[in-house]
Design a protein around this ligand. Structure first.
Ligand SMILES: [Zn+2]
Length: 303
């Protein structure tokens, strides 16, 4: 009764009414904010446009950051800005897929600018200055360095599993095939990151793992869409719904190669290309998968 009377008094005075309205709006905003925080259970995978090269930022539902590759050295400063724009202050894991400059060139600058828990590199050395500079930075910054872990599923955080599927063979001096291959599973969705692997490493994956293990909703297309990768049998095993090609506009290698794009379009109903569309963001809440960017080609069956 007292409450009803108070409410009635408030509603009768214009100023009190406005204050009352403000209180309602504020409460709503608090509620919405709480609701929004629950929305933090979204996984974001940014295929960053670093020209000809690779750089992928994974922001996990529990706000951890994983960076796979850092593009060429001249992309370091742009990449730093991009990470800052995404609110990245700390990197929980950095992966240099293999020692080529278009993958590790920009990583040194990133490691100097962001505290990093762990860096993972494949067990292969390279004699270039770029690779040696990266090793010196890792040592100078005192960042724990690990060769790739076993392929056993590793619970990175609640509901998010990492599997290091490669390299687990000796590919001699074929550096591309030594690329770290990482599978990420978040609830219903699986993402496959392949660096620059070519046919030999793809075949090794097919021999070492079942199609159930390899099958993924989202494939980072190996080696910038080169025709020496993405074999029919590999695409059959992975059967991606979404494929993302990371390559530079008018690059001297002609990446992605026409035949690879055609092969991908036959297998993967949704194709994205950083050379044509810039940075591609793919998001998942574990049930739905979406992107703010429309794919180059798509069917109507959804993801
Ligand atoms: Zn490359």
């Amino acid at each position: 009764m007292i409450f009803n009377k108070t409410v009635k008094n408030i509603l009768q005075s214009p100023i009190s009414f406005l204050l009352f309205l403000l209180l309602i709006i504020t409460s709503f905003l608090f509620f919405f904010n709480d609701f929004h925080q629950e929305d933090a259970s979204i996984l974001q995978v940014h295929y960053i446009d670093v020209g000809q090269g690779d750089s992928i930022l994974i922001q996990t539902p529990q706000n951890r950051n994983i960076l796979i590759d850092g593009g060429e050295k001249n992309q370091g400063s742009f990449l730093k800005g991009y990470l800052e724009k995404q609110g990245v202050k700390h990197l929980h894991m950095v992966i240099g897929t293999h020692p080529h400059a278009d993958h590790i060139g920009g990583l040194g600058f990133i490691l100097e600018n962001f505290s990093t828990d762990l860096i993972i590199l494949p067990p292969i050395a390279h004699t270039t200055k770029t690779f040696e500079d990266l090793l010196s930075t890792i040592e100078r910054e005192n960042i724990p360095l690990r060769s790739i872990p076993s392929s056993e599923p590793y619970l990175f955080e609640n509901n998010l599993i990492l599997e290091f599927l490669g390299p687990h063979r000796d590919f001699q001096d074929h550096l591309n095939n030594w690329s770290v291959v990482l599978k990420l599973t978040y609830l219903n969705h699986r993402f496959l990151f392949t660096g620059d692997i070519e046919y030999a490493a793809e075949n090794a994956l097919i021999q070492d793992f079942s199609p159930e293990t390899l099958s993924s909703h989202v494939l980072k297309v190996p080696h910038h869409g080169s025709s020496t990768s993405s074999s029919l049998s590999f695409l059959e095993a992975v059967a991606p719904r979404i494929s993302v090609i990371s390559s530079g506009k008018e690059n001297p290698y002609g990446h992605p190669h026409k035949e690879t794009v055609e092969r991908l379009l036959n297998f993967s109903p949704h194709l994205y290309r950083t050379d044509l569309q810039g940075t591609i963001l793919i998001e998942s809440d574990g049930v739905e998968l979406w992107s703010p960017t429309s794919p180059i080609s798509h069917d109507t069956s959804g993801y």
